[in-house]
Design a protein around this ligand. Structure first.
Ligand code: AP5
Length: 211
């Protein structure tokens, strides 16, 4: 079963994907995490993607489609942050039909621009295990230190207010049409992403018929 997570930056896709992966054994493919790692390690993909990621723009479709083709595995998979354009959605459909993958759901994290900008500006990430925190909504027990592994927490380079607003605009222009695309094919589940993380996790599990 393939589940794709769609929604504005900062809507909680990564937080929910990690919870679901841990509890229900999904493979979690996060295109943002893969790209940030590629940038850090200065791989060929990282070098091509750098200027887009650091400017809050979308990385070209060909790069993203290759990246997903390589990461996909049989079984229960969450794809978090992809597809983000209609071309990516069509490319994914082609990939899945070649793999005879018949169960597919798209989950839309619906939330206001105001709330996501607040979520992004307070976000902290563990540099070691990638756990996601928020200064106000989900603080770590010890300031600056990850509860899970003791790693150091950092702020993402694209989480400043100016880039958060730009990323939201890119989402509206390029990615919201993907939500409409899945709505037409009746594959879309819409969640109220402004709820607290635990309620949302329970709602998501119910919507996916449990683990
Ligand atoms: P990516 O890393 O995918 O960023 P994004 O979609 O902008 O999503 P975020 O990671 O910002 O947010 P999220 O929804 O996962 O929220 P989170 O759970 O962290 O992409 C980064 C860049 O890579 C893009 O700009 C682009 O350049 C490139 N890229 C990636 N995929 C691409 C693609 N397919 N095509 C082209 N380019 C691509 O939560 C946010 C904060 O809120 C956290 O602090 C969290 O603790 C808090 N929080 C979460 N849930 C709740 C809750 N329910 N209540 C209160 N606080 C909450």
């Amino acid at each position: 079963m393939i589940v794709v997570f769609l929604g504005p930056p900062g809507s909680g896709k990564g937080t929910q994907a990690k919870l679901l992966a841990k509890e229900c054994g999904y493979l979690h493919i996060s295109t943002g995490d893969i790209l940030r790692k590629a940038l850090e390690q200065e791989t060929p993909i990282g070098q091509k993607a750098k200027k887009f990621v650091l400017n809050g723009e979308l990385v070209p479709d060909e790069i993203m489609l290759d990246l997903i083709e390589e990461a996909l595995r049989p079984g229960k998979v969450i794809i978090d942050g992809f597809p983000r354009t209609i071309n990516q959605a069509i490319g994914l459909e082609n990939m899945l039909s070649k793999r005879n993958e018949d169960v597919f759901k798209a989950v839309f994290f619906d939330i206001s621009a105001e709330k996501v900008v607040k979520r992004m500006s307070g976000r902290l990430i563990c540099e070691n295990c990638g756990a996601i925190y928020h200064e106000e909504y989900r603080p770590s027990k010890t300031e600056g230190i990850c509860d899970v592994c003791g790693g150091k927490l950092y702020k993402r380079a694209d989480d400043n207010q100016e880039l958060a607003i730009k990323r939201y605009k890119v989402y509206q222009e390029e990615t919201f049409p993907v939500v409409e695309f899945y709505k037409k094919s009746e594959k879309l589940l819409t969640l109220d992403a402004s709820k607290d993380a635990n309620s949302l996790h329970n709602e998501l599990k119910r919507a996916l018929d449990g683990c």
